[in-house]
Design a protein around this ligand. Structure first.
Ligand code: ATP
Length: 241
């Protein structure tokens, strides 16, 4: 099998004395839309932050493409093709839509051609370029965050809890967009608590609870399963991704 695009191998991380994630391993192959599901406080966001360089690892290795990156600063990982949309989206409310798109300074990647391509994909943003981002709906703000992340032409898009604060119908729109992007070749790592609503877009699903990760059992469906009962079952014995 081809070398994975992203490989997390035995990574731990802590906040002071508290271990938030414990020897976590996962692999994501180019073209995947990997869903990382799990309840509140499982360690999903901490894992994403260790991958993009916003939280230090406490042991373990992370490789991205041909590089071992766990000691690289966040900006170097971003330049190398890792795009991260944090929980809460990171949109700057006071700035206009255009300023939100332009401010990130994507260097040579952010050409007028690239800008036009991004706006073509997000017509709602094209129509709102001069409006403050604060006047967009939650769903539109999520679109802006995704558009901004795509502007750099990332090799991997990491989206943390995009459904947060959105109505179910709008969540479906965001998921359709992510699925379209994946079908056009974009690799995506999606973190979600609302697994039942989003699992259908994933090419693969991993479960995280209490700082550990496991593969979803073959044919597992969150729609048929109470997530709380999942959290109390012995998923650790299923083996790491
Ligand atoms: P959520 O979906 O609620 O964000 P999560 O799965 O992303 O949950 P994390 O935010 O990664 O989980 O949190 C993992 C653990 O680390 C939790 O026990 C949490 O309380 C703890 N934690 C997270 N951030 C901090 C922090 N800044 N300081 C101390 N402990 C933290």
């Amino acid at each position: 099998m081809a070398r994975p695009l992203l490989r997390v191998d035995g990574v731990s991380a802590r906040y002071g004395a508290v271990r938030a994630i414990e020897e976590v391993s996962l692999e994501l192959h180019a073209g995947d839309l990997l869903l990382l599901a799990g309840p509140n406080g499982a360690g999903k966001s901490t894992l994403m932050k260790t991958i993009v360089g916003l939280h230090p690892t406490d042991g373990g290795e992370i490789s991205f493409g041909d590089d071992q990156i766990e000691r690289w600063p966040a900006h170097r990982r971003a330049r190398n093709g890792l795009a991260y949309i944090p929980e809460g989206r990171g949109v700057i409310a006071e700035l206009s839509v255009a300023e939100n798109l332009d401010i990130a300074q994507f260097g040579r990647a952010w050409t007028p051609k690239r800008r036009a391509e991004v706006l073509e994909r997000f017509p709602v943003l094209g129509r709102a370029l001069r409006r403050p981002a604060s006047t967009l709906s939650g769903g539109e703000q999520q679109m802006l965050a995704i558009a901004r992340a795509l502007a750099s032409g990332p090799r991997l898009l990491i989206v943390d809890e995009p459904s947060l604060g959105l109505a179910p119908l709008i969540v479906n729109d965001v998921m359709s967009l992510l699925k379209d992007l994946q079908e056009q070749g974009q690799s995506i790592l999606l973190v979600e608590q609302r697994a039942a609503q989003v699992q259908h877009v994933a090419t693969r699903t991993l479960l995280m609870r209490e700082g550990r990760i496991s593969e979803a059992p073959e044919g597992a469906s969150f729609a048929e399963m109470d997530f709380a009962s999942f959290a109390s079952s012995d998923t650790d014995s299923l083996g790491a991704g």
